[in-house]
Design a protein around this ligand. Structure first.
Ligand SMILES: [Zn+2]
Ligand SMILES: [Zn+2]
Length: 360
């Protein structure tokens, strides 16, 4: 039996060759997977907000300072896209665990595989990242190469389009929630930023049996979405007495804050409402600087945790969890892969209410 599906010898990637430049279709010769490599046809690829940052080439650090991604080892041209579901079309001679025709979710947060961090299973935190869609070509493409079958996860019964979101949005949310557990039934979780990730966090928390959830957002529409997703209380953080209201509503029991915005105001707000021993998990990358009185860090014994994507083990656990709970029933817009540029543009301009998923 052949381990290859016939392709016409070339394929298209939508890539940019300078930061903030156009996403141009570029023709590549079809690769032949070697060793453990697996070649997949991209079926669906989610368009994530971090694609906008990578495309821009920087993250804001506050006070006009920028973290320049070009200095962080991102080489041009870049083919974005790290939320990919694809179908295996060819496998290398050593990739015995992968078979042509299987549809799989790809774990994109690949590391060097050799350092202590990778050995511990935290490839997403490796100092020599090889993440797909950032450091290696991603899913804004007709085909994608994955270095080893271990990064491919069976979707079970999940809808493959929506399941693409599990590789980043879903995983990021799931990993952040794992960092605040265990929680006592009476304790509250504050979700700051009720857009895509915040909404998914609320649904995940609810599915996990946690009902004391407060959704915080400046947008009334998003507060409404948070309420529908299962938040017990919703709040506009700009209202004058927001912190007092929150402390009162939660009966002084704010044990955890998930900050999906990550700017100076939200972090300050989160630290203010946490009770002693509470945990602030920052996931958002809006930027800014953290200033906090050090004695409070000690006397309140709060934990400040940064959370970046998640591990391969967590993604597998999440896929199982999503098969058991109704997580992915969220508004999505399916857009043709050729329109990748418009998707990044719309997301950058805040014109997207649900999630855009590119379809090849
Ligand atoms: Zn992402
Ligand atoms: Zn490593």
């Amino acid at each position: 039996m052949s381990n290859q599906i016939e392709t016409d010898g070339a394929y298209i990637r939508y890539e940019f060759s300078e930061f903030a430049g156009n996403l141009e279709p570029v023709k590549y010769e079809m690769p032949v997977p070697q060793g453990n490599e697996v070649l997949l046809k991209v079926d669906y690829c989610g368009v994530c907000h971090s694609d906008v940052h990578v495309h821009d080439g920087y993250y804001g650090l506050g006070n006009g300072k920028k973290l320049n991604l070009g200095d962080r080892g991102i080489r041009l041209p870049v083919t974005l896209g790290h939320e990919v579901v694809g179908t295996i079309v060819a496998v290398g001679e050593d990739a015995i665990d992968a078979s042509v025709g299987e549809q799989r979710l790809i774990y994109p947060w690949i590391g060097c595989g050799e350092c202590s961090v990778c050995q511990r299973g935290e490839e997403n935190l490796c100092g020599k990242p090889a993440s797909l869609g950032i450091f290696k070509p991603g899913g804004y493409s007709e085909y994608i190469t994955v270095p080893h079958p271990r990064y491919l996860v069976d979707l079970g019964d999940l809808n493959p389009a929506n399941a693409s979101l599990l590789a980043c949005s879903g995983l990021t949310t799931f990993s952040a929630i794992k960092k605040i557990q265990p929680l006592h039934q009476e304790e509250y979780v504050i979700v700051i930023g009720c857009g895509g990730l915040g909404q998914l966090a609320i649904r995940t928390l609810r599915s996990d049996g946690i009902s004391n959830i407060v959704g915080v957002d400046v947008s009334e529409d998003k507060r409404e979405i948070a309420r529908k997703a299962g938040a017990k209380v919703v709040l506009d953080p700009r209202s004058l007495d927001a912190t007092d209201t929150l402390t009162r509503e939660a009966d002084g029991n704010c044990m955890a804050v998930l900050d999906f915005v990550g700017n100076e105001q939200t972090v300050e707000f989160g630290l203010k409402v946490l009770k002693k021993g509470g945990k602030l998990v920052v996931i958002g990358l809006h930027g800014g600087e953290l200033r906090y009185p050090i004695p409070f860090l000690v006397t309140k014994a709060v934990t400040i945790i940064g959370s970046y994507t998640g591990t391969l083990a967590e993604m597998k656990e999440l896929v199982t969890f999503a098969n058991q709970h109704d997580l992915l029933d969220i508004p999505v817009e399916i857009r043709a892969l050729e329109r990748a540029e418009s998707a990044v543009e719309d997301l950058s301009n805040g014109k997207v209410s649900g999630r855009i998923i590119l379809k090849n």
